[in-house]
Design a protein around this ligand. Sequence first.
Ligand code: NAP
Length: 186
Amino acid sequence: MSHDADSRGRPALVAVVAMAENGVIGRDGAMPWSVPSDLKRYRSLTMGKPMIMGRKTLESIGRVLDGRDTIVLTRSASVPFDGAIVADSPEAALALATERAKTRGADEIVIAGGGEIYRAFMDRLDRLLVTEIAAAPEGDAVFPPIDPALWEKVFEAPAERGERDSAASRFRIYERRAAGAGSPPA
Ligand SMILES: NC(=O)c1ccc[n+]([C@@H]2O[C@H](COP(=O)([O-])OP(=O)(O)OC[C@H]3O[C@@H](n4cnc5c(N)ncnc54)[C@H](OP(=O)(O)O)[C@@H]3O)[C@@H](O)[C@H]2O)c1
């Protein structure tokens, strides 16, 4: 079943993440790999969309990304970077992102991490765009487990490895299963 903005009447909530085979997404405030070809994909997947991210992730990126709205979750009142829109709860972030999506005509809101923010939104995500990095580094930030009873893998392909990439990678798309999908007929 398609889950476009029209059928749900609101923008889709989509996590975009690069994770290692062990679920690690970060270490010491950075990603423990260097895969520039995935950053290119990230740009095209997120361009023109509102993005919700944690304060630590925004600090690790070090700037607001061009062509996208950066809504940053923080419990502190100060705006960490010029151009970032501050939200003090996931609900406030969603309301701001929904408004921005409407203004932009965007059909997706990007949940951009890190670990705390993916966890906070996992139960309401509609779609996961996952780059799996062929590595299993130690880390201090992880993506929540992707339960196959709740998520259907609808696409998987190896990504072309760029010459500067520190590891090979695969790209996967998961869609949330419709409630009740998979249960035997009554
Ligand atoms: N591989 C990937 O695709 C990817 C993507 C993104 C990030 N990362 C990595 O993930 C790591 C960062 O993740 P993290 O889990 O440590 O931090 P994070 O999720 O980026 O940010 C956590 C911060 O968000 C704010 N926050 C969290 N929940 C909140 C809530 N309910 N209400 C208001 N504010 C809230 C708090 O900010 P305050 O402390 O300011 O209150 C908290 O300290 C880094 O290593 C980064 O490189 C990887």
